[in-house]
Design a protein. Structure first.
Length: 322
């Protein structure tokens, strides 16, 4: 889930009841090294990047090239960052960048990206160059968290002198292609744990008051307020609506504190906020958000929705005469 682009979000009738003080730190005081160390000591591995991601990428090597584009060292753990690349890469073709797992706990972002490659990527051979980074934050993937081991959010860190190695590695990977990318779609999801854990932790880390908010029930998109491309966003929404439901605005006409600009669409200034969606000069960019905790959606639907969003994004871009 993306945090709101505004400093604070107003509470509404759907907001969750404010929770007790987060168990780490002193209210009103930002965390120092001791608090971050305590937070790190509480993180435990719950799943395997090697088993869930690297092994799937290994099976794809028969038809795609695999690029090792960086390494994360969080002793005693070490992770090789991998991206999947079209084998028939041709410099005259437009490039499509698909990213997932910027927030490691957002499972369908990772598995939706892999599903797209496994089931749909072959259909675009000879039409676009594909570059897919399915799990940008493997340490966080294993621990089902949004931050890296230094309590840094990679999705606020896509900027010069990035404090997140995950973000810096992706920026280095795409830098040679920055002006050639036609489409960049960044796959995310919103979970109930955003309100039960991650936003309270963020407030505690930064020494701010935690203000509960409403979790949007359904799929939505975050476009770039500097390059909104409304027809593109609506094409993606229309494709996903065939698979899962689209989130509706709250009583204030907003989703996560931002005004709805079209059904299922809000906009952020992605580059100013250091978001992954701003790492290229792509004409068409969007960030997906699905809600796997909805009683109206299953993990299978969420993964399928992510893959469908990627296909719809590419299809629109290739068909657009602009």
């Amino acid at each position: 889930m993306l945090e709101s682009a505004v400093p604070q979000r107003p509470q509404n009738e759907s907001a969750m009841t404010e929770q007790a003080h987060y168990p780490i730190g002193t209210p009103g005081q930002p965390w120092g090294a001791a608090e971050k160390a305590e937070w790190l000591s509480r993180q435990t591995r719950a799943r395997s990047y090697a088993q869930d991601v690297v092994s799937v990428i290994g099976r794809l090597r028969e038809h795609f090239d695999v690029v090792d584009y960086g390494q994360l060292d969080y002793p005693p753990d070490r992770y090789v960052l991998q991206a999947i690349r079209s084998r028939d890469w041709r410099d005259e073709l437009p490039c499509v960048l698909v990213t997932g797992g910027v927030h490691g706990y957002e499972t369908s972002g990772v598995h939706g990206a892999l599903r797209f490659v496994e089931r749909h990527a072959a259909g675009y051979a000879g039409r676009v160059n594909l570059l897919v980074a399915p799990c940008i934050s493997p340490w966080a993937y294993e621990r089902i968290h949004r931050w890296n081991a230094h309590a840094v959010d990679p999705n606020r860190s896509f900027r010069a002198d990035s404090p997140a190695a995950e973000s810096a590695a992706l920026m280095q990977l795409v830098a040679p292609l920055r002006g050639r990318v036609l489409v960049h779609i960044d796959l995310h999801e919103t979970t109930d744990s955003d309100e039960s854990e991650f936003r309270p932790a963020l407030a505690a880390r930064d020494g701010k008051a935690y203000e509960p908010d409403r979790i949007p029930d359904g799929f939505y998109l975050v476009g770039d307020s500097e390059n909104p491309q409304p027809a593109f966003q609506q094409a993606v929404i229309a494709a996903v609506a065939k698979i899962t439901h689209i989130a509706e605005a709250d009583a204030n006409g907003q989703i996560i504190g931002s005004p709805l600009v079209a059904p299922g669409v809000i906009n952020y200034p992605v580059r100013r906020l250091g978001l992954c969606a701003g790492v290229t000069d792509a004409r068409y960019t969007t960030t997906t958000e699905v809600y796997p905790d909805s009683p109206r959606a299953s993990p299978e639907q969420c993964n399928a929705a992510q893959a469908a969003a990627v296909c719809a994004a590419i299809d629109f871009a290739l068909a657009d005469p602009a």
